[in-house]
Design a protein around this ligand. Structure first.
Ligand code: MG
Ligand code: MG
Length: 236
């Protein structure tokens, strides 16, 4: 899982280095696919439940599961990219929201709060903690800042399958659910909206957008719980 996670992290870092106004998400998808080939890894999402691409590409009001396309990115956009691989029988899964050019202050605040909420959640991923401590860490970080937590999609266990038990909501009271143990591997992924929490699905059957058209951010890491604390497997 460390090896799979590293391929995911290095690919996202490469995509980040290419993101600028004028670039298309179809180009980024091709690049991610080439990186998989180069590493002998399989893109985890392509063909998953019929999803047609290697990356999920979700700009601005897109929450998750967007399709790469040929629209050039614009200065001031945000772009969430979700990417996973299967390597030697194990999965890595990570997502980041990137700035295209310069962001307005409110958008920057949303992106920062979402990234920080994932950091808070990872800090709670320790032996003897409870699963909902992770969930609560996200909600209690973003809601006082005026943002809202998407309910329809959740984090998940990960290993030899992309999605394993348990489901990891990004909201809830602390101190509930199963106890965390060393050796568990979790994909923790807050999806945070600037406005209302509700989402709707577009006619392509995949793309989730915010109900109010406001922006949404998404960060995800695959994390191993160890006796020495959380180990982030998808960070370079
Ligand atoms: Mg993901
Ligand atoms: Mg995931």
């Amino acid at each position: 899982m460390r090896a799979a996670g590293r391929i995911v992290a290095e690919t996202l870092a490469l995509l980040k280095s290419r993101i600028r106004p004028g670039v298309t998400t179809a180009e980024l998808d091709q690049l991610a696919e080439k990186e998989c080939e180069r590493h002998g890894a399989k893109p985890a999402f392509k063909g998953y439940g019929g999803f047609p691409y290697s990356i999920c590409s979700s700009p601005n009001d897109r929450v998750v599961h967007g399709f790469p396309d040929n629209n050039p990115l614009q200065d001031g956009d945000i772009l969430s990219i979700d990417f996973g691989v299967l390597y030697k029988g194990f999965y890595g899964d990570s997502a980041m929201t990137f700035a295209v050019g310069t962001l307005d202050d409110e958008t920057q605040r949303l992106v920062t709060a979402t990234r920080e909420s994932l950091e808070r959640a990872i800090e709670k991923s320790v032996p003897n903690g409870r699963l909902s401590d992770v969930s609560h860490a996200v909600q209690s970080w973003v809601e006082p800042k005026g943002f809202s937590v998407v309910r329809e999609f959740v984090g998940h266990g990960i290993g030899s399958k992309l999605h394993e038990a348990p489901q990891i909501p990004n909201y809830g009271e602390a101190g509930q659910g199963p106890r965390l143990k060393a050796g568990m591997t979790l994909a923790i992924e807050p999806m945070i909206n600037a406005g209302v929490p509700g989402v709707k699905i577009l006619e392509d059957g995949w793309t989730a957008v915010t109900q109010d058209g406001k922006r949404s951010a998404h960060f995800e890491h695959t994390v191993a719980i160890t006796d020495n604390g959380p180990e982030i497997l998808t960070r370079v």
